[in-house]
Design a protein around this ligand. Structure first.
Ligand SMILES: [Zn+2]
Length: 162
């Protein structure tokens, strides 16, 4: 049994506030089919959202915000500060975790539903394999066929009363 985390627990785990989590939107890159997250600024709504992506080569998250991409000192060619682990990455991770958890819950529901259906079908099969039941079924079908023939030969409705 997998433990399902509440949103509060997810926020604690990834060290973000619910407001920060809500800023991360899942996006599918139509060109590559890859998923990334757009995280909009908490303070400036007019700013373009930053993009958080997974770099599979370095097994790291990247973010387009200034904290993750320090400007380069033109004289020395060195970054002005070490790239910081911004909250955008944490929010995107929390959102991805929440999404995957939701997917797992859905998959489990579907598996349970499939198992329940299979169980029902197996019960019905066991029931229908009963000899008496099969005999009754065959008789009912034969009756039905006779009725249909009767109606086909003599379709006038009042003839049913004979
Ligand atoms: Zn960032």
């Amino acid at each position: 049994m997998t433990i399902i985390l509440s949103e509060t627990e997810i926020c604690q785990r990834f060290n973000v506030t619910p407001e920060q989590l809500a800023k991360a939107d899942r996006v599918i890159d139509l060109k590559t089919g890859k998923v990334f997250y757009q995280v909009s600024s908490q303070t400036d709504l007019t700013k373009e959202p930053y993009e958080v992506r997974y770099n599979s080569l370095f097994k790291r998250l990247t973010c387009t915000c200034p904290a993750g991409n320090p400007p380069i000192n033109e004289r020395t060619g060195e970054p002005l500060y070490a790239p910081r682990n911004c909250w955008h990455k944490r929010a995107a991770s929390a959102a991805a975790f929440e999404y995957r958890q939701q997917e797992n819950i859905q998959a489990r529901k579907e598996a349970e539903e499939a198992a329940r259906k299979a169980e029902e079908e197996s019960q019905a099969r066991a029931y229908a394999s009963d000899k008496e039941w099969q005999k009754a079924e065959r008789e009912a079908e034969a009756r039905e066929r006779r009725n249909r023939r009767y109606l086909a030969n003599d379709p006038a409705p009042f003839s049913l009363l004979k």
